[in-house]
Design a protein around this ligand. Structure first.
Ligand code: CA
Length: 206
């Protein structure tokens, strides 16, 4: 029987089949609208995000250019130090589809032009919904924190955290000021909040 294509390959000739690995596709951002491109006209916050409580007077947000005009951003302007503010009243988002016992990497792209420290924390609330967590008076221990000092233009800051074993939970991401000696008004521009699963992270013993 003739063996088709195999006959076309000559013995003793080296054929190069593959020359370079393809770059991996960028991992999906698990934060909906984490690049802040979707902000409906007249809305108080970008899609899937919640604004600072306007009645409290600590900070306000508005649409802005991100790293580029196409990469939309969020300009957050503080008029007072919100370090005493509740995490459920600052600029924030809730993640309700994360998996338990899983390691994630959170990366923030931000321009923080003046000498102040912003501290973004991640909290795991063991509630069925974000609304239920927002009504909770208890603040759980932080899963992770990212300190953002003064930057030269847009810079990235990241941290990894691991979710707990509970099957039902929500994770809150919320930044506040941490420096006591900030002059006001003071602002930053968020270009993106990005969350990806860390593949190959150590797993708990079974
Ligand atoms: Ca952006």
């Amino acid at each position: 029987m003739p063996s088709g294509d195999a006959d076309a390959i000559e013995p003793g000739v080296l054929y190069t089949v593959s020359v370079a690995p393809l770059p991996p596709p960028p991992a999906k951002n698990l934060i909906d609208n984490g690049d802040f491109t979707a902000w409906q006209p007249g809305a108080a916050a970008p899609d899937f995000f919640l604004p600072p409580d306007p009645g409290r007077g600590f900070s306000a947000i508005e649409p802005a250019d991100g790293k580029t005009p196409e990469s939309k951003g969020v300009k957050q302007t503080w008029s007072a130090n919100d370090s005493i503010e509740a995490y459920t009243k600052v600029f924030r988002c809730w993640l309700t589809d994360l998996r338990p016992n899983t390691t994630y990497r959170l990366t923030l792209a931000v321009n923080n032009p003046s000498p102040k420290e912003i501290f973004l924390r991640a909290f795991q609330y063991n509630t069925r919904s974000a609304a239920e967590a927002e009504n909770s008076t208890e603040v759980p221990p932080a899963l992770a924190g990212i300190a953002i000092g003064q930057t030269e233009g847009f810079e990235e800051f990241s941290a990894e955290f691991k979710t707990g074993a509970e099957e039902v939970f929500c994770v809150l991401l919320a930044p506040k000021l941490r420096s006591p000696d900030v002059s006001f008004p003071s602002h930053c521009i968020w270009d993106s909040w990005r969350l990806t699963e860390v593949v190959g992270a150590p797993q708990p013993a079974q």
